[in-house]
Design a protein around this ligand. Structure first.
Ligand SMILES: NC(=O)C1=CN([C@@H]2O[C@H](COP(=O)(O)OP(=O)(O)OC[C@H]3O[C@@H](n4cnc5c(N)ncnc54)[C@H](O)[C@@H]3O)[C@@H](O)[C@H]2O)[C@@H](O)CC1
Ligand SMILES: Nc1ncnc2c1ncn2[C@@H]1O[C@H](COP(=O)(O)OP(=O)(O)O)[C@@H](O)[C@H]1O
Ligand SMILES: [K+]
Length: 521
């Protein structure tokens, strides 16, 4: 399971190793990992042209030592220093035949540009976990020269806050990041996460505490997936009640049902808003009609807008998902209030998010009395509206706070509302009210297309109904959804995703040696 730690946690884990002999052992371990990565990537070190961007701290030390080792293997290495340099690192580089440009006089822009322009690889050692605030001007100038496709960030892309992922001003964009000891939280958090490229972890022997942020890998997800056993039946596997689709937005229900059917629940009850008394096939129940045409295995009940009694009368379920294709308003608020009054887990998305915000605004404790979790799945805009309605946050401040400290902001929202919050977007985050947090590392920007979130809601609802705990249901759902997107023909459309999920699930389960008992009831 990949883990991410805070800078304070890393510093504390390094302290005992720094105190004992031999001196510099951590840096040399880090450098060995970095050089191994560079050599693998270049294929041939001898004759390669390497530029080191060397800041004044230990991050610059790592990069200079790596430069020294590469120079000793026949690379041509030039270091650009915007200020003083790590003394032992720069001495090692010079002794190995490398060249140091700066700090006095500072490397001229034309020199820096020319060296970087012809480099096979640029090592960004301007700043690591010691960075504070935006890059100073001399560092920022060099960072701007770093060519994204040929730059490897050492530990952290310089200019990205290692703790929060904040990018205040210029920051290096890397094609890969070689990080030491553990993932730094900021590597997984937007906007910084967009600067890292794939992250390679080098073990330097740290003994680390419980991580502050976790991620699931394929093996974790395979172990968490609900898999039916011999004693399973459609009911024991879990029944999902999906409240989705209206005459105005029937397609969202079809997409959410598609996700739900591939999520592992045994039985799917779909409640759609249609005209009172409308039956499937009736032209006034468009959502019911479309869902049944696309997915005959769904059991569909059209209800009058806001009719909670009819919704519950559709039958018992183990979890609810509400929102895709519903227009926010008093009827949806009534349905949601009915669901919150029952005690099954609920996923709240799309058209049900504003109504939840209103219910929370009227009674901040509305979720506290429940024993079953509520998982909300907003994108950024919906998050800003939900926190305005529920908590009175100013949406403009919320936007700024999300860019400054995305994880901290989501943690505050989860703690204050009592909901588990899944904030969608690149590097989706799932945070429970107690602060436990997961980042999703799968997916691609192609997912940013209408309707993909509806598929996710159905998928997560299904996992919840199968008994997966809320935070993990969110994290597993986001992981599968992202993997499906990675396998999609481009450009992907939301309705491709449900059809890709079986391949993803089959591959994950095939990676397991024995079937897992799963979460069957
Ligand atoms: N502590 C250890 O034992 C290890 C540390 N390692 C490396 O050491 C790094 C941390 O080193 P440091 O603590 O020296 O910190 P850094 O090298 O990250 O940065 C410290 C230097 O940057 C300057 N600085 C801070 N903010 C700045 C800004 N916004 N613009 C320009 N300059 C700024 C500081 O004045 C200081 O000179 C890690 O990221 C990692 O690369 C690795 O060698 C592994 C072992
Ligand atoms: N840049 C991106 N990189 C990765 N995933 C993204 C990106 N933008 C959006 N997504 C994902 O796409 C989905 C969009 O969901 P949502 O905004 O609810 O769409 P809709 O409401 O149209 O269904 C989410 O799973 C989100 O995490
Ligand atoms: K760096």
């Amino acid at each position: 399971m990949p883990n991410a730690h805070t800078v304070d946690q890393v510093r504390a884990a390094e302290a005992p190793l720094l105190a004992g002999p031999p001196p510099g052992i951590l840096m040399q371990r880090a450098v060995s990992g970095l050089v191994a990565y560079v050599a693998r990537r270049l294929g041939r070190v001898h004759g390669a042209r390497i530029v080191v961007l060397a800041g004044g701290g230990d991050n610059g030390g790592d990069a200079l030592w790596a430069g020294a080792r590469l120079a000793a293997r026949g690379a041509r290495v030039d270091a650009l220093a915007p200020g003083r340099t790590h003394p032992e690192g720069s001495a090692a580089l010079l002794a190995a035949g490398g060249r140091l440009h700066g700090p006095d006089p500072a490397p001229a822009d034309e020199v820096a540009r020319a060296l970087v322009g012809e480099a096979d690889l640029v090592l960004d050692g301007l700043l690591g976990i010691g960075g504070r605030g935006g890059l100073r001007p001399a560092h920022a100038r060099l960072a701007a020269f770093a060519p994204p496709r040929r730059t490897v960030a050492v530990d952290v892309p310089s200019g990205v806050d290692a703790d929060t992922g904040e990018v205040a001003g210029e920051a290096v964009r890397a094609s890969a990041t070689v990080t030491f000891g553990t993932h730094k939280r900021g590597l997984w958090l937007m906007p910084g996460a967009a600067h890292t490229g794939p992250v390679e972890l080098v073990d330097i022997g740290l003994v680390l505490p419980e991580p502050d942020l976790r991620a699931l890998d394929d093996a974790d997800v395979a172990a968490l997936l609900p898999v039916p056993g011999a004693a399973s039946s459609k009911y024991r596997r879990g029944v999902l009640g999906l409240v989705a689709g209206s005459d105005a937005y029937p397609g969202a229900a079809v997409l959410a049902v598609g996700g739900a059917l591939r999520g592992g629940a045994g039985y799917l009850r779909v409640i759609t808003e249609g005209r009172l008394g409308a039956a499937p096939g009736d032209p006034h129940s468009r959502a019911a009609d479309l869902v049944l045409r696309a997915h005959p295995e769904a059991v569909v009940t059209p209800i009058a807008p806001g009719d909670g009694t009819a919704m519950l009368a559709a039958g018992r379920v183990q979890a609810w998902a509400i929102g895709p294709g519903l227009a926010p308003g008093p009827p949806v608020r009534d349905l949601l209030a009915t669901l919150l009054g029952a005690d099954e887990p609920v996923v709240v998305d799309a058209g049900a998010l504003d109504p939840l915000g209103e219910l929370l605004g009227a009674d901040p404790a509305v979720l506290r009395g429940r024993s079953a979790p509520v998982l909300v799945t907003p994108h950024e805009g919906e998050f800003a509206r939900l926190t305005r309605l529920a908590l009175g946050w100013d949406p403009r401040t919320t936007d700024t706070e999300l860019a400054r400290d995305r994880l901290g902001t989501v943690r505050r929202a989860a703690a204050a509302t009592g909901a588990t919050v899944l904030l969608k977007g690149a590097r989706t985050l799932v945070v429970d009210p107690a602060g436990a947090a997961w980042a999703n590392l799968t997916g691609s920007a192609w997912l940013g297309s209408a309707g993909t979130g509806d598929v996710l809601t159905g998928l997560i609802g299904s996992l919840l109904a199968a008994g997966v705990p809320a935070t993990l249901a969110g994290a597993v759902g986001a992981h599968l959804h992202g993997r499906a997107a990675e396998r999609a023909a481009l450009p992907l459309a939301a309705s491709d995703l449900p059809d890709l999920l079986p391949r993803v699930v089959t591959e994950l389960l095939d990676g397991e040696t024995a079937p897992k008992p799963g979460h069957c009831r």
